[in-house]
Write a protein that binds this ligand. Structure first.
Ligand SMILES: NC(=O)c1ccc[n+]([C@@H]2O[C@H](COP(=O)([O-])OP(=O)(O)OC[C@H]3O[C@@H](n4cnc5c(N)ncnc54)[C@H](OP(=O)(O)O)[C@@H]3O)[C@@H](O)[C@H]2O)c1
Length: 296
């Protein structure tokens, strides 16, 4: 199939573009500025907030599938610049959705557990979103924009995505690996519960959701909900790092500009029941991370 993958310079987009081309699809990556990730897919620089540029790319390539992992993902950055968060996380989704509607493409839009307030996680797909902060709110409105333009769209929410090597900015896992392998101490929240999600596994779930055109909301995340400190300790154990390097801190004491969900986490029974790319537990995820780290 002909597939567009936005954010192909980013953590999820890079892996997804490579995976889809390895599965025989014809892939065009769209991202900002020059290409920063190698792979057997075509690339076109495209500012996604520019509706003319987005519609031009879609009309020319005429995709059957459009995947949208691109986003303004700097949570505090979105708080500082709400106009930017709106433009990238809402308006750009509308441009893409409009393009999909015009050429009849299916849209797989990537969203986040931050659409929930984190008072009562883990959350199922039908739980009521209550986003807090500019990033969270813009991502929630982005979901609505995707569904407005493409009523049968897939909205795939994920959470705390990590992978090695990092594409673009460091991610939670690559930061931990770089710090711990250099013998540096890290502070991790012991009072924030999340669904750590291996980027390669997220890409596999997204690819299948698109290929099968499974519409509606899906949680495409890791299969276990843990606090960040527990994740760090599990990573130390698998990699043989000194566990004393991982120390606990508290989200409620952190001075963060934008609010973070505390009891978050995504329930993944729906994906586990329907997909052959099943959500991975912590053990198998860390195993794959270990292999990737030692292969690089
Ligand atoms: N990472 C996580 O922990 C996490 C957790 C929950 C949900 N998610 C969601 O998962 C998706 C993928 O996240 P990720 O970690 O792969 O993000 P990422 O690494 O930050 O990648 C996002 C990509 O989108 C590109 N982009 C941003 N604004 C753009 C614009 N205006 N025009 C063109 N390209 C633009 C970025 O370009 P630059 O490289 O030039 O900035 C970057 O390559 C996002 O929708 C995010 O909200 C992520």
């Amino acid at each position: 199939m002909r597939c567009i993958v936005t954010g192909s310079n980013g953590l999820v987009g890079a892996r997804l573009a490579r995976l889809l081309s390895a599965r025989g699809h014809e892939v065009l990556g769209l991202s900002r500025g020059p290409r920063r990730v190698e792979g057997a897919f075509a690339y076109r620089p495209c500012e996604l907030t520019d509706g003319t540029a987005v519609l031009g790319a879609v009309r020319e390539f005429r995709p059957e599938l459009v995947f949208n992992p691109a986003a303004a993902t700097d949570v505090d950055g979105c708080e500082r610049d709400r106009a930017m968060a709106w433009a990238v996380n809402v308006e750009a989704v509308a441009h893409l959705g409009r393009g999909c509607a015009e050429v009849g493409a299916h849209l797989v839009h990537v969203s986040t557990d931050y659409v929930f307030d984190g008072e009562a996680g883990p959350y199922a797909e039908d739980a009521l979103p209550n986003p807090r902060g500019a990033y969270a709110t813009s991502k929630w409105l982005g979901e609505r924009a995707a569904q407005f333009w493409v009523p049968g769209a897939t909205v795939a929410r994920t959470a705390v995505v990590y992978g090695w090597p990092a594409a673009g900015r460091p991610n939670f896992g690559s930061w931990l690996l770089s710090s711990l392998s250099a013998g540096k101490t890290v502070q991790l929240f012991e009072d924030q519960w999340v669904s750590p999600s291996l980027a390669d596994s997220v890409a596999e779930m997204l690819a299948e959701l698109g290929e099968r055109r499974l519409g509606g909301v899906f949680h495409a995340a890791g299969a276990e909900v843990v606090d960040r400190l527990t994740f760090g300790r599990a990573l130390c154990e698998r990699f043989g790092f000194d566990p004393a390097l991982v120390q606990g801190s508290r989200l409620q004491d952190a001075k963060l500009l934008s609010p973070r969900p505390r009891h978050s986490g995504l329930r993944v029974e729906k994906a586990a029941g329907l997909l052959s790319a099943r959500p991975l537990g912590l053990g198998p995820s860390l195993e794959r991370l270990y292999e990737a780290f030692h292969a690089s």
